[in-house]
Design a protein around this ligand. Sequence first.
Ligand code: AMP
Ligand code: MG
Length: 322
Amino acid sequence: MAYDREKQIAIESALAAAKLCEQVRGNIPPAMEKGDKSPVTIADYGAQALICKVLAEAFPDDPVVGEEDATDLQTPEMAENLTKVTNYVKEQITDATPEQVVQWINQGNGKVGPRYWTLDPIDGTKGFLRQDQYAVALALVEGGEVKVGVLACPAMPVENNKPGMLYVAVRGEGAAMMPIAGGELTPIKVVQADDTANLRFVESVESSHGDQDRQNAVAKAAGITEPSVRVDSQAKYGIVASGKAALYLRLPSPKSPNYRENIWDHAAGAIVVEEAGGRVTDINGKPLNFADGSKMVDNRGVVVSNGIIHDQVLSALQSFSS
Ligand code: AMP
Ligand code: MG
């Protein structure tokens, strides 16, 4: 099968990262602040180190465009935090040194090119800190098209089992999910038109990451009468892909009109939804651009749906201007 090795390595590394994140989460981590004031934790760094190490060994020529970078972690004030990150990494790579950890994290400083990986080691760090949803998100992009995507969502409820669900997709081969605690990959599909019980919509918990008033108005206009389910991270894509919601709206926040979405916040989720039969565009119906840089400068917001209601949602959007 095409991309079989990439898929296996992506799953293996995302599971290793998810394990590290859950160990950190069990110890309720204090957040550090990055230059842009966004939070980062020991687990963001540790997860990026583990995944970049595995990718560098398996695919030495592939750049990785990761969210984190070890510059801050290398400063003398952060020495204690670097030791903590290294100790968590050592749970899985027993002889890891702080120097190696820094080097692995910085392997995520690659550039967007003809073939690259993009990684958000913890998407939804705010959710992670609140003990809510978060995702380890890893995707392979070739020729501007996402070819493989893995979303590990360690806090996702699983029926009759421990929490934790992994979603995976390969272009042209469909999407599947598997409990992180163990089990088989099961194919997943988006909500069908007659499945009214699952015709709900999801949006971010963080009101500043979207426009919740407009999101609610548009969902109503598209026939969704239930209030939204608020979920952190790309776990929202997993929820749409597995047929638990028909729509995920991420409309630009009026408070940050110049915000542009990052490729690592959407690449893995987008392929999982598309391969489950859904559709992903920006608010103008344009495909998300994974070809040109880490920020999707020509896209505005994101609309994710089961496909069936997509055009209706896009036209409703026009009538609720921001
Ligand atoms: P979510 O959990 O869906 O709110 O998504 C978390 C992601 O939102 C983070 O990884 C950030 O990259 C991203 N983010 C930060 N600020 C904004 C903003 N103003 N608008 C949209 N997304 C944002
Ligand atoms: Mg993110």
